[in-house]
Unconditional design. Structure first.
Length: 307
């Protein structure tokens, strides 16, 4: 869908009826911490829940649903969808459809969240606040839309069921302390951690490959997002399960997926070929200490039927 030139402007874009839940979570996190006071145990809970949910967002929503960079069973596919949806970023089909559209039009006029086209704040949070991207273009995710359970989860009426269930579970297990730190604080950090890839990763960092857009590699963003910060690598070869192409490029999401493959939960992890890692068209030299093999060997031994 072509992005309309007509936009809500200024205050109306970021503060409207549709953005109330988004800002309410921010307020709940700030007020909750102010009332309860700082807590090391709370901070650890927030970091723990951030890491777990960031993993399922990057390894599930992004590398599986958006790019199908590995195979899994239908049952574990549903687990990935539910766990990813606890991040409160809509359903897997909505997320994948918009992400595929981003890659098709990266940093062009039709890119849904390019900072080069409409600025930093638009790419960070504005694009999903203007009300034009609430629906899911199922034509972009036909491979996923054939699963009724994914379509049901993706329905806007049920989109908040997983995060609400998580919030209630945390409240039941640890009271208000757990609700504030492990859910509200964790969710705010998770949102903005994720959004840095749409905004910062197209503005700050290095460019190893000529990709036709302004995607960049940024080690700090890779730490924050468990490996998504190797964004120029990813735009160069989108179907790779591993986004840190070299051993020194930390990619915690890939390491977790590699472990999943060892216990049979997933298989057919796609790797970037040597010709892709070392193309003739490079914007920056790769360290001679680097190796295309990366942290783990290629995974293609188990033949499996994709979900």
């Amino acid at each position: 869908m072509q992005v309309s030139a007509e936009r809500l402007s200024g205050r109306k874009l970021y503060f409207n009826s549709g953005s109330i839940p988004f800002w309410a979570i921010h307020v709940a996190a700030l007020v909750g911490v102010a009332v309860l006071g700082f807590s090391w145990s709370g901070l650890l809970m927030a970091i723990g829940m951030y890491a777990v949910r960031m993993f399922f967002l990057t390894a599930g929503y992004h590398r599986y649903f958006a790019h199908r960079s590995y195979s899994t069973s239908r049952a574990f596919q549903l687990v990935l969808a539910v766990m990813g949806q606890t991040c409160a970023q809509m359903g897997a089909l909505w997320w994948a459809a918009n992400h595929r559209a981003h890659h098709r039009h990266s940093d062009q006029e039709a890119d849904v969240h390019s900072p080069l086209q409409r600025g930093f704040w638009w790419s960070h949070i504005g694009w999903f606040m203007d009300g034009q991207h609430e629906g899911t273009d199922l034509s972009k995710v036909r491979d996923l839309a054939k699963f009724p359970e994914l379509v049901w989860l993706n329905d806007r009426r049920f989109a908040l069921l997983p995060p609400v269930a998580l919030a209630l579970g945390l409240w039941a297990a640890g009271g208000v302390h757990a609700l504030v730190w492990a859910f509200f604080v964790s969710t705010v950090l998770l949102w903005h951690g994720t959004f840095t890839i749409n905004s910062f990763a197209h503005l700050f960092g290095s460019r190893r490959y000529a990709t036709g857009d302004d995607s960049r590699n940024n080690w700090l963003l890779a730490v924050i997002t468990l490996g998504e910060g190797w964004h120029n690598n990813h735009h160069h070869y989108q179907s790779s399960t591993r986004q840190g192409f070299f051993w020194w490029e930390l990619d915690l999401s890939y390491y977790g997926l590699w472990l999943f493959s060892k216990v049979g939960l997933i298989w057919n992890l796609r790797q970037p070929p040597r010709s892709v890692v070392y193309p003739e068209r490079q914007l920056a030299d790769v360290s001679p200490a680097g190796t295309a093999a990366g942290a783990f060997p290629a995974e293609s031994s188990r033949a499996g039927r994709a979900a």
